[in-house]
Each structure stands twice: as structure tokens, then as C-alpha cells.
Design a protein around this ligand. Structure first.
Ligand code: FCB
Length: 443
């Protein structure tokens, strides 16, 4: 039976369950700036940005949105949107400049001010502990492929949760470990910019192990907070029903989705991908997978697009609508993904959509930014999410990416994902039409 649901453009907050979380997200390196203040140490992104040719516009996160100094006004902006939650990340190099050993109290002070500032405004803080800014000294000793980094991560997680405790409602250990392993160590597009599949798979295992070691620390330090992890997931579909294309899509799904889902939710690596990568698979020690598969309070899902695969590679179907990133706009993929997670993983924890959004070429004209494509993107994805809820998937919240335009990694400041426009020379913030729309939707 099909239920009648409002068209995407008439969808409202009241079409979602009572208590459903609506929020907005950012990450530390992308917005904070102040990279050498108050004892912060260097991260792999500081190093990477200084290497010629790595960042399209030659920029870095040195200033970014200057959020480190403008955080109070930014919190007011978040409050004005009417969201009830804010997802941000803690910069490890502010908390432990060397990635190990003594904690830099001034670094934690910043996140404490932020947390208390959110609570004072009635907004739930959702903390991500690792959004890619590894302390450079830990890269110098091997980075994520070195198991010691996982141990150091657990120590750092304990320090953060020890200070912020249950004031933070929810902790995610890692953001998108596919990006901080495969995209960073094999594809070379993100810091540290390596091209080595063996190291990439070792990094992925190190990240998952770090997650597994951090969980008990979070439970100890913040017993009433929810603990989980955030993955970037998307359906990987064959371009045709030719067996070669179907096989390519299956492998892409294995490498992108299942390589992370299965250790976390089933305690094993997917056998088909393990076989396909035989020469490069990581060392897995006794007990690792049991740690990695410990129960989660939530699974964070970042959804942007799908993949369409043929034997000769991946690509966007001819004529399909795309964002400024060249990513296909495919809202149905969110419904499909959520239904598939529910079908394939019995005992699946509740889901939070921790990121969803799009870059378009925005222009500030007479104090306004008209971004109808972003409004449409958000509406159609919320409608897709609504369809998954109707089918019984346990989704508890949705965070739009992103609060404001920011440092979009290897693209620098060229790609704008914000619901708020940032005029970088003056650091002026201007609510885009999409921001007005989100506020209206939430009212
Ligand atoms: C995700 C990242 C986030 C942002 C968006 C566009 O992969 O988690 O930091 O860059 O993509």
C-alpha cells in the first residue's frame, strides 16, 4: 500500500516523527582557522596544503571561516535556523599537539565553550572526534597504517570525553574512514596524498581499530552519551545488466560500502573483496574484529550520490543532473541505501543521516544568494528519507551539510556547500535562500 505523502516542496518538520533530530554540520579544519593559536600543533592537512599542486586554488585552512574567533556569532546563526542539533568535530591537534602525551588544556577549553554555548541556546552538541586532521607527528611515525596510531586515538577520545562528558549527547569516533584511508593513501587526493593500496587497507584497518579501542573509553567517560561512527555510503549500481558491469558494481560496493559496514556490523571483512585484494590485505590480529564489531548506539550515514559502474569504470549516466562537484543528483539512492542497510544487517543500530547536501555556483547579489537547486536538493532528499521511514527504517535524525561555505579539502574554497554564504575577504555571513527555506521548514 502506498501512503500519500506531501510533495517534496510542501514537506514540513511535522511530516517527520516527534523527536526527530534536525541539525546542521561542519568540521574543524574546514571552518576554524587559527591553526597555530593556543598551542594547536600541525595536522596532516596543514602539511598537505603547503605541498604545491595539492589544493586546486592553492589555499589552506589557515583562516577558513575564522570560526575559532567568531564562534559565538556562528552559534547565534545556528540557533536562528531553528535546528535542534549541531554536528561539529574536535581537532585532535588542538587537544594533543603531538598526538600523544600531555593534553593542551587551552584546546579543550575551546570545545567546552562551544558545547556550553550550544546547550545555552537549546541545541544538542553532536561531536565527531576525527574528521581527518591527524596530528602531523603521528603521520611522521607512520600514520593510520601504524597500529600505534589507533592506541593514541583511544587515548585522545578519552581526553575529550573526560572533559565534555555527558554534556555532549552523542559522540562519533570517525568521519568517513573510506576517505581517510582509500582516498588519502591509495587515490592520493587527500592528506597525506599517498598512492599505495597496501598502505590504504592497513590505514582502513587502523582506523577501524582506533574506533574499536575508543568506544570503551567513551562509554567510561560519558556513560549516558550515545556512541557511534559515521560512514560515507552510497548505492553502487551497474550501468547495464551485462555480467561484467554487475561484477564491477558488486566490487565497487564491496570496496566503498561493505569493507567498512561488515567489520563493524558483522565482525568480518567481506570475503569477495578480501580475495580480490589478496596481495594488499591488512594484518588483522586476534581480537581486532571483536573490538571493531562492538555494539553501536547509532550508525551515522553521509549520503551525497550513487555510483554507476561498468566494466570500464564509473561515471554519471548521460544527461543526469549533477552538482558543482559533478556528483549525480539522485535522491532515490538515499531511500534505496537505507532499505538495503535494513535488509542486509539484522540488528542494525538506529541511523542518523549525519551529512547530506550539495555544492552549486552561488553568487552574492544585492545581499542575497538565490540557490533554488540546493533548496530542491534538500527537499527531494528529505522526501527520500521520508519514504525510508515509511518503509520502517529506524532513522532518528538528519543533518544538512553544511552550516556555511568552507574549505572543501582538495577543492579549497572553490566549492560552496553552505546554507550560509561566506564572503571570505570580509568574513560576512549571508543566509542563502536554502537557509531561509530550512528555517521555514523547521518552523
Ligand atoms: C564529505 C565530508 C565533508 C565535506 C562533504 C562535502 O565527504 O565529510 O567534510 O567535505 O563531503
Amino acid at each position: 500500500m502506498t501512503q500519500t505523502r506531501p510533495a517534496p516542496d510542501t514537506l514540513r518538520r511535522s511530516d517527520f516523527p516527534a523527536g526527530f533530530t534536525f541539525g546542521i554540520a561542519t568540521s574543524a579544519y574546514q571552518i576554524e582557522g587559527a591553526t597555530s593559536e593556543d598551542g594547536r600543533g600541525p595536522s596532516i592537512w596543514d602539511t598537505f596544503c603547503r605541498e604545491p599542486g595539492r589544493i586546486r586554488d592553492g589555499s589552506s585552512g589557515d583562516v577558513a571561516c575564522d570560526h575559532y574567533h567568531r564562534w559565538e556569532a556562528d552559534l547565534d546563526l545556528i540557533a536562528a535556523l531553528g535546528v535542534n542539533a549541531y554536528r561539529f568535530s574536535v581537532a585532535w591537534p588542538r587537544v594533543q599537539p603531538d598526538g600523544r602525551g600531555p593534553v593542551n588544556a587551552a584546546g579543550l577549553d575551546f570545545y567546552e565553550r562551544l558545547t556550553d554555548g550550544l546547550l545555552a541556546r537549546g541545541i544538542e552538541p553532536h561531536v565527531t572526534l576525527y574528521h581527518w586532521d591527524l596530528p602531523q607527528p603521528l603521520q611522521d611515525t607512520g600514520g593510520w597504517p601504524n597500529r600505534d596510531t589507533a592506541e593514541r586515538f583511544a587515548e585522545y577520545a578519552a581526553a575529550v570525553a573526560g572533559r565534555l562528558g555527558d554534556r555532549v549527547r552523542s559522540y562519533a569516533t570517525l568521519n568517513e574512514p573510506w576517505c581517510s584511508s582509500i582516498l588519502s593513501y591509495e587515490i592520493g587526493e587527500h592528506a597525506p596524498g599517498l598512492r599505495d593500496r597496501r598502505l590504504a587497507l592497513a590505514a582502513a584497518h587502523g582506523l577501524l581499530l582506533g574506533h574499536g579501542l575508543a568506544l570503551p573509553e567513551l562509554r567510561r567517560q560519558a556513560p549516558r552519551a550515545a556512541a557511534g561512527i559515521v560512514l560515507n555510503l552510497g548505492p553502487q549500481m551497474p550501468a547495464s545488466d551485462r555480467p561484467e558491469d554487475v561484477a564491477a558494481a558488486r566490487l565497487a560496493d564491496g570496496r566503498f560500502n561493505r569493507w567498512f559496514l561488515e567489520p563493524l556490523l558483522r565482525g568480518e571483512y567481506p570475503r569477495d573483496v578480501w580475495e580480490a585484494c589478496r596481495a594488499d590485505v591488512p594484518e588483522v590480529r586476534e581480537g581486532d574484529l571483536a573490538l571493531i564489531a562492538a555494539p553501536l548506539d547509532f550508525l551515522g550515514v553521509n549520503y551525497y550520490s550513487r555510483g554507476v559502474l561498468s566494466a570500464s569504470g564509473g561515471g554519471v549516466p548521460a544527461g543526469a543532473p549533477v552538482t558543482a562537484m559533478g556528483w549525480e543528483i539522485y535522491p532515490q539512492g538515499l531511500t534505496d541505501l537505507l532499505l538495503r542497510l535494513q535488509a542486509d544487517y539484522p540488528g542494525l543500530p538506529p541511523i542518523l543521516i549525519t551529512e547530506n547536501g550539495a555544492a552549486f555556483t552561488d553568487r552574492l547579489e544585492e545581499g542575497q544568494v538565490h540557490d533554488p537547486e540546493r533548496v530542491r536538493y534538500l527537499q527531494t532528499h528529505l522526501a527520500a528519507l521520508r519514504r525510508a521511514l515509511d518503509a520502517g527504517v529506524d532513522v532518528r535524525g538528519y543533518f544538512a551539510w553544511s552550516l556555511m561555505d568552507n574549505f572543501e579539502w582538495a577543492y579549497g574554497y572553490e566549492k560552496r556547500f553552505g546554507l550560509v554564504y561566506v564572503d571570505y575577504p570580509t568574513q560576512t555571513r549571508v543566509l542563502k535562500d536554502s537557509g531561509h527555506w530550512y528555517r521555514q521548514f523547521l518552523r
